[in-house]
Design a protein around this ligand. Structure first.
Ligand SMILES: *[C@@H]1O[C@H](CO)[C@@H](O)[C@H](O)[C@H]1NC(C)=O
Ligand SMILES: *[C@@H]1O[C@H](CO)[C@@H](O)[C@H](O)[C@H]1NC(C)=O
Ligand SMILES: *[C@@H]1O[C@H](CO)[C@@H](O)[C@H](O)[C@H]1NC(C)=O
Ligand SMILES: *[C@@H]1O[C@H](CO)[C@@H](O)[C@H](O)[C@H]1NC(C)=O
Ligand SMILES: *[C@@H]1O[C@H](CO)[C@@H](O)[C@H](O)[C@H]1NC(C)=O
Length: 333
């Protein structure tokens, strides 16, 4: 063979090698593939997972994502959203050790408890189990997920109390446990989160008792404690030096005097409707950039200060108080 032919054959050889390896290459991690097929079986082989065909590369399957070569193409994200799925969260999800995102959402026939094997997911950042029919507690073992940044267990049938240990998670930025059947108090430990202060959504539960004093030291950005059975003084959540944007305390049994409350200059949304709040609305409230405001169904009295955003809201934001008056309500006598 002359030089050119040799070169041609060498090229051809490497090209063929490249082609065959790339074609036959299953990027998917073999252990993950076995686990995923167990998950599919445990969910009774739903149509939703029809693309999970053992003959194909699992990184091409729907409802999941694989990481890159640095994590050997392990599965990093699993999202089961709005399908005809019945049964429980498969315990095998705990074997997908590289998962960073786990979502089960809008699955009304998903029942049972949050499986303890989830505690094995040491890389998990994003856990969203919502609009399902999950029961049992908000598990204590979630506090072992040191990378967790986003926890959303809203719209389920979870019961029992909120575990103190959630405050130990150093990276948590969002806690949403709203629309469950949670009872007991807001944990005292929520006054000292190990990391930054998370947005906290606990509405539509049956939480009771006082807001722990320790929460007064924190500068929350967004808080929603609405529609619970909380009582006592909630004024500690406000404070002149804070940077809070929204506070919803509506439909509880809070009792405090609004007259003395100093508010953050950053307040955008405040809903205090249906409580037992007394006193009057201080002039200070005309100085904050309110987009939403509702103090109806309380025991407030006196003149609604004129100015700022306060007259942007209609009478329904102010009605059913003891003796509030002035625009948008009737003028004071
Ligand atoms: C839930 O289960 C019921 C009863 O088996 C069935 O009729 C319904 O279609 C299922 N819904 C979904 C979204 O899977
Ligand atoms: C949970 O199941 C009940 C019936 O058992 C059903 O009425 C309800 O809609 C389900 N919840 C959700 C969020 O789908
Ligand atoms: C949690 O999930 C619900 C519904 O799935 C959603 O409406 C809500 O905005 C989520 N909460 C956060 C903090 O993202
Ligand atoms: C708020 O900040 C001012 C000025 O930085 C300081 O003098 C005051 O003590 C602070 N008030 C509270 C309640 O921390
Ligand atoms: C304020 O709350 C009351 C009571 O829930 C409600 O009727 C009213 O529509 C609310 N106002 C606004 C502006 O949302």
């Amino acid at each position: 063979m002359d030089k050119t032919t040799t070169l041609l054959f060498t090229h051809l050889f490497f090209f063929t090698l490249l082609l065959t390896t790339s074609l036959s290459k299953d990027l998917c991690n073999k252990d993950d593939k076995i686990t995923l097929l167990k998950i599919k079986k445990s969910l009774n082989n739903p149509y939703h997972l029809a693309s999970w065909d053992p003959q194909t590369d699992c990184c091409s399957w729907y409802c999941l994502e694989c990481g890159d070569a640095t994590v050997n193409h392990h599965v990093t994200s699993l999202t089961i959203f709005s399908g005809q799925i019945s049964g429980q969260i498969p315990t095998e999800v705990g074997d997908l050790a590289y998962l960073q995102t786990l979502i089960f959402r809008k699955l009304s026939n998903l029942t049972g408890q949050i499986p303890p094997t989830i505690a094995k997911l040491k890389n998990l950042r994003f856990l969203w189990l919502s609009w399902t029919n999950l029961t049992g507690p908000v598990p204590e073992f979630l506090s072992q997920l040191m990378e967790l940044d986003y926890l959303n267990l809203s719209f389920n049938d979870l019961s029992g109390s909120i575990p103190n240990s959630l405050s130990l998670l150093p990276k948590l930025e969002y806690i949403d446990l709203s629309r469950n059947k949670l009872t007991g108090p807001i944990p005292e430990s929520f006054g000292s989160f190990k990391g930054k202060v998370p947005d906290l959504f606990l509405s539509h539960n049956q939480l009771s008792g006082l807001i722990p004093k320790s929460l007064g030291n924190l500068d929350f950005n967004r808080l929603d404690f609405s529609r619970n059975k909380l009582n006592g003084d909630a004024s500690l959540l406000f404070g002149a030096n804070k940077t809070t944007f929204s506070i919803d305390l509506s439909r509880n049994m809070f009792q405090f005097d609004l007259t003395e409350v100093k508010i953050p200059k950053t307040l955008g949304n405040v809903d205090l409707n249906h409580n037992g709040i007394t006193g009057n609305i201080p002039v200070q409230w005309t100085e904050v950039p309110l987009q939403g405001f509702n103090v109806s169904y309380n025991k407030l009295c006196g003149n609604i200060p004129n100015g700022g955003s306060l007259q942007k809201f209609d009478s329904y934001s102010y009605f059913h108080n003891k003796c509030l008056c002035g625009a948008p309500l009737d003028s004071c006598k």
